[in-house]
Design a protein around this ligand. Sequence first.
Ligand code: MN
Length: 249
Amino acid sequence: MSLTSKPGAGRTYFVADLHLTDERPAATGRFFRFLQDEVAGADALYILGDLFEAWIGDDHGEAVANDTAQRLAALVAAGTPVYFMHGNRDFMLAGRYAARSGMTLLADPTQIDLYGMPTLLMHGDTLCIDDTAYQDFRRRVRHPLTRALLRRLPRMLRQRMARQARAGSEAAKAHKAAEIMDVNEAEVVRVMREHRTGRLIHGHTHRPAQHAHQVDGRECERWVVPDWYARWGYVVCDAAGCALRVGDL
Ligand code: MN
């Protein structure tokens, strides 16, 4: 696709794994510039999870939460809809914050019609089925009853639990083989077949790439959007196709 013309109508942007926190202002600044310089005027912005490093509830007190809500609401008011799918870090983000920021919440997965091409959107963690310990944990914490219970806990307690969960996840990752934290190829094919889609866009693995998969003899594409730790970037699509853009933070 050509990226020489000015961004705007006719394009849709996909980001994930920004992991925004007051502790990493460079990523926040880059994101706000990205919204202003590239996304403004576009057809839509899809945030495919882990917008925030942590989210203890819609009373999340970090400055970055307020600033991000304002920027996104301005973008939406100017005519570019913003869609949000939960990640494993910010699955407690709920309707109150979505309303403040003008975001429309999406289920994981969601299939959209992207310029005539059925395109499946996911955060990506459910594709990593080889990490059985994580999948067990995910089933427990994402259960509606667990989430309802979590929402009723005092904020101080939720903050402490989020810190402990992050430390536990870092410790567990250090002992896991790199392959089990990537997507399972057979699961990718199964999901694409089930949804009869020719294109999948997801994040989570922090392994930005364009992949080709054979699904029942059909050539299908899978786009992995980058994380915003040492780098930043996005997938952008128009009627001609998609492109992956990655830069240094
Ligand atoms: Mn994730």
